[in-house]
Design a protein around this ligand. Structure first.
Ligand code: SF4
Length: 453
């Protein structure tokens, strides 16, 4: 049976899709190019924003047409929307065969085999421990990009930020045992994957499941995990997303800055630069704490780069609150930011607050932050012209396949023209000298003699 998985949403979903694909392949299924040549189509859904849910439901409607043309096809949903609305969708969408929750990925092959035999709709939403079967399954069949692999280190979230639906759909925090994560990283390294990308809703709370934020001088299990992975031969770069500022202790700052293989780039969600709004968001830190983290990181790792998440138009956000966010973003000098216009999610605490910032004001604030960001990124990238960086090669550039593309340690994308005398491939490390830049891309010249592997 041929399968196709379409993924919506975050990196956690990408990782879950990859592990579902690996499990299906282990059970004799084969990957299809797309929906049209698949016998099994699974949508891995997202609930973070209403728009993401609407997209997946629209897609499910479209898949009904395929079912009429190819009646043997099986359709399923997994991910956050499946967890929260699976029962309702199974009832209302005739051609939908199964819905499984975020902790039930390991059951997909068995469920599909049952449906193929008995044609009965199936649902499975139980919670499981962090170490669910298949959480460490990866595809090594050439379909996966070999230069980097996601590794889930924990499931769920217990922070209950007032706007966020994740704790309700992904359940409470559950950290995987460190030995198991290290074993998975060793396997990846043995398969030639040089970069490990650690994933969790709140990675800085790894090993501290369901506890209140620790004092700044507390030990950091996540810092210990970073050191453990760095000790593995073959691992050359370690990245992670997303840490929570309230769990970013001095011990984590030390582990981060003193462990060479940990890339000097942090995506640290800010959400707002107003202490009043942070309180309403149930984010247990203030802007002073946030700045103390970024300042300490920058002092210990001067070339570090930061990105963040920000919500504009949270209930009661005034112009002064917004300007505080703008000023703080400028002060930190983020290289990138994901800016979201607030929209209430049913069942969350903020959904009970008045959504009182007009849509056009949200849009205007969004555009202002995007313009700030572009201006800053353009100026920051210009300063890099003339400097030399090591790139992890990711493959041919999407815009111009004569060029290749890679990432610097600080997660900046750089493109270069390969030297035919020294062919490069995905997963190679090369050095380039930056000759020009835009807000989003660095353009470099390859230094062939210094190809580093
Ligand atoms: S930390 Fe907050 S925003 Fe992030 S997943 Fe958990 S509840 Fe949601």
């Amino acid at each position: 049976m041929k399968f196709y998985i379409k993924t919506y949403g975050c990196q956690m979903n990408l990782r879950d899709s990859d592990s579902a694909a690996a499990l299906l392949i282990e059970h004799g299924f084969t990957p299809a190019e797309g929906e049209a040549d698949a016998d099994l189509v699974i949508l891995n859904t997202c609930s973070v924003r209403d728009q993401a849910e609407r997209k997946a439901i629209g897609k499910l409607g479209f898949l009904g047409k395929l079912k009429r043309e190819r009646p043997w096809m099986i359709f399923g949903i997994m991910g956050c929307m499946a967890q929260s609305r699976g029962t309702e969708l199974l009832k209302s969408i005739r051609h939908l065969d199964f819905a499984i929750g975020t902790d039930q990925i390991h059951r997909i092959p068995e469920i599909v085999e049952q449906i193929a035999a008995k044609h009965e709709k199936t649902a499975s939403f139980d919670r499981a421990s962090a170490e669910t079967p298949g959480i460490d399954s990866h595809r090594f069949d050439g379909a996966e990009s070999p230069h980097s692999a996601f590794v889930s280190i924990m499931r769920g979230c217990s922070r209950y930020c007032s706007y966020c639906i994740v704790p309700f759909v992904r359940g409470p925090e559950r950290s995987r045992p460190m030995d198991s994560i290290l074993a998975e990283c060793r396997t990846l390294a043995a398969h030639g994957v040089p970069e490990i990308f650690l994933l969790g809703q709140n990675v800085s709370a790894y090993g501290l499941d369901n506890t209140a934020p620790p004092p700044d001088d507390a030990p950091s299990p996540f810092g210990e995990l970073l050191k453990g992975i760095a000790a593995i031969d073959g691992v050359r770069r370690i990245r992670f997303t997303s840490p929570h500022p309230a769990y970013f202790t001095q011990a984590l700052i030390d582990a981060f800055t003193q462990t060479d293989k940990v890339c000097k780039y942090v995506h640290l969600p800010l959400q707002s630069g107003s202490d009043r709004i942070l309180k309403l968001m149930n984010r247990p830190y203030d802007t002073a704490k946030y700045l103390s983290i970024t300042d300490r990181l920058r002092a210990a790792a001067p070339g570090i780069s930061f990105s963040t998440d920000v919500i504009v138009g949270f209930p009661t956000e005034t112009e002064a609150d917004f300007q505080a966010t703008r000023a703080l973003m400028d002060r930190v000098g983020f290289d990138n930011a994901f800016i979201f216009k607030y929209s209430p999610r049913k069942g969350t605490r903020s959904a009970q607050m008045p959504d009182d910032v007009p849509q056009e004001v949200k849009e205007e604030r969004n555009q202002i932050l995007l313009a700030d960001l572009e201006r800053r990124a353009e100026a920051a990238n210009k300063k890099l012209v003339g400097q030399t960086f090591e790139l992890l090669v990711e493959g041919p550039s999407k815009r111009n396949s004569a060029r290749w593309s890679g990432r610097t340690e600080t997660f900046k994308q750089a493109v270069f023209t390969p030297d035919p005398a020294h062919p490069v491939q995905c997963g190679d490390f090369v050095r380039v000298k930056i000759v020009r830049s835009t807000a989003t891309t660095l353009y470099g010249e390859l230094i062939p003699a210094e190809k580093t592997n």
